[in-house]
Design a protein around this ligand. Structure first.
Ligand SMILES: *Cc1c(COP(=O)(O)O)cnc(C)c1O
Length: 464
């Protein structure tokens, strides 16, 4: 054995303790560290020829790279939709690597069974019935991709074509209808050979809304003259967290032939708050559902779950049969359900966190995040220099400059806010207006954080 490996093997417990110390310092510093890292990155180092051992690598990492890592695990990183890491999920994540299971199949390990238990818990959390099976994937983009791959196979079933064998071209042009789809849907359609241009926008409800106009969707489906289609419903848009009326869309299936995919990446968590659960009523009626977990479940990257009622079609797309892997069984192994074959036991952090905090703990996180988004929204509404672009419907505040919200001025505001070190927000364009979004989905965020964010925004907008 190489000398460095032998040393590390002998000192493995000490090395893990050192890593623990680095982690403890990083987490303790989340409140003081600038939220975004803006400085120049270090010059690239040469490939290490001899190696410095685990302790050496830890020293090199803390010295060269940790100063430039953002405080995205902390309470005031409000860019994109960014969750943190609960204590229990971090514990589960460490042990995922320590046990290093391959959850591809059930052979020789209970890991895959643990994933099945976790998926069943998540289905229940989001109000999905027993007809929905699920699997862990790396993020909502991949969850949307898998859902739309199953939709593509379903179109083949309707048209008498085996897409997994004949290819997507055998379908001819596919119609994908959606109101305010996330950008990852276009990416998924590109990957799947359906094509980004086949995503056909359907008019939205009038006013400050991003939800699809179901009457317009009805008309768009009628115009297909009986051709089967895919509808992507959106349960939580990223700008203003608007929700399509899932029940009304699902009811259209009585008259039209379509696959209903719901992108509920973070909106699915509305189900946890009794006051907001009606926003996702009807989710269970979807044919496939995307839910991200590294956002509001506050587990580490990278984790999401993909649910569907049509496991048979999922196996048709993803099965990976060979003499050494075996054919899909009655309960197909995950390698027959997801793009990956070998896969880490990604479910373990979620299993830990659900075991540690339960439905009740997650309801508290979701409701606190919504309350803080509302608080920031009211604070911004009261400022002369800023104005809200939409009501705060759930956990995102979408706002811009009250006077002349030109792109360069909004960019300058974003830079000034990031430079304050107090918070980090990401830009968007809403209704043609350059804007910023503050998205609350971190389990640590409290009223004191919102006060600091509002103070930073007040100062930056006044100085513009
Ligand atoms: C974040 C998000 C995605 C993409 O998620 P990734 O985890 O970044 O792949 C898709 N849809 C919605 C609605 C999202 O919020």
């Amino acid at each position: 054995m190489h000398r460095m490996l032998a040393d590390d093997l002998a000192r493995f417990p000490e090395l893990l303790r050192s890593a623990r110390d680095v982690a403890v310092r990083a987490l303790a510093g989340l409140d003081e560290r600038p939220v975004a890292a803006l400085g120049p990155v270090p010059a690239r180092a040469a490939l290490p020829e001899r190696g410095e051992g685990g302790e050496g690598a830890l020293a090199r990492f803390t010295e060269r790279w940790t100063p430039g890592l953002s405080a995205s695990a902390g309470p005031r990183y409000l860019g994109f939709v960014t969750g943190g890491v609960t204590p229990a999920s971090l514990t589960g994540d460490w042990l995922t690597s320590a046990y290093d299971q391959n959850a591809a199949a059930a052979t020789g390990s209970w890991g895959a069974a643990l994933e099945r238990e976790t998926v069943a818990w998540l289905a229940e959390l989001f109000g999905l019935g027993a007809a929905h099976g699920g699997a862990f994937v790396t993020g909502a983009t991949m969850s949307n991709t898998v859902g739309l791959a199953i939709a593509r196979e379903w179109l083949g079933e309707r048209l008498g074509v085996d897409v997994s064998r004949a290819g997507a071209a055998a379908l001819g042009p596919v119609d994908v209808l959606s109101g305010s789809p996330h950008s990852s849907v276009g990416k998924a359609l590109s990957v799947l050979g359906i094509g980004r241009d086949r995503l056909r926008p359907v008019p939205l409800l009038p006013g400050d809304r991003e939800a699809v106009d179901v009457t317009a969707l009805d008309a768009a489906l009628a115009a297909l003259d009986g051709r089967p289609a895919i509808v992507v419903a959106n349960a939580g848009t990223v700008n203003t967290v608007d929700f399509d009326d899932l029940r009304a869309i699902a009811a259209l299936r009585r008259r039209y032939d379509f696959w209903l995919h719901v992108d509920a990446a973070f909106g699915a968590f509305a189900a946890l708050s009794p006051a907001h659960a009606p926003l996702v009523a009807g989710l269970d009626e979807a044919d496939s559902v995307c839910v991200d977990l590294h956002k509001w479940l506050n587990v580490p990257y990278d984790a999401a779950v993909q649910f569907t009622r049509r496991r048979d079609l999922q196996v048709a797309v993803f099965h990976n049969e060979s003499p050494y892997l075996g054919p899909p069984a009655d309960e197909p192994d995950f390698l027959h359900l997801t793009p990956e074959t070998s896969r880490r036991l990604r479910a373990l952090p979620a299993w830990f966190s659900l075991t540690a905090y339960g439905r009740d703990g997650y309801r508290e996180i979701v409701e606190r995040n919504i309350a803080e988004a509302r608080r920031l929204g009211s604070g911004i509404d009261a400022l002369a220099d800023l104005r809200l672009l939409a009501p705060v419907r759930l956990n995102v505040v979408c706002f811009t400059l009250a006077e002349n919200p030109a792109q360069d001025r909004v960019d300058a505001l974003a830079r000034a806010v990031a430079a304050s070190g107090e918070t980090f927000l990401t830009p968007t364009v809403y209704g043609g207006v350059p804007a910023l979004r503050a998205a609350f989905s971190n389990w640590r965020t409290t009223e004191e954080d919102t006060r600091r964010v509002l103070a930073a925004l007040t100062a930056a907008s006044a100085a513009l």
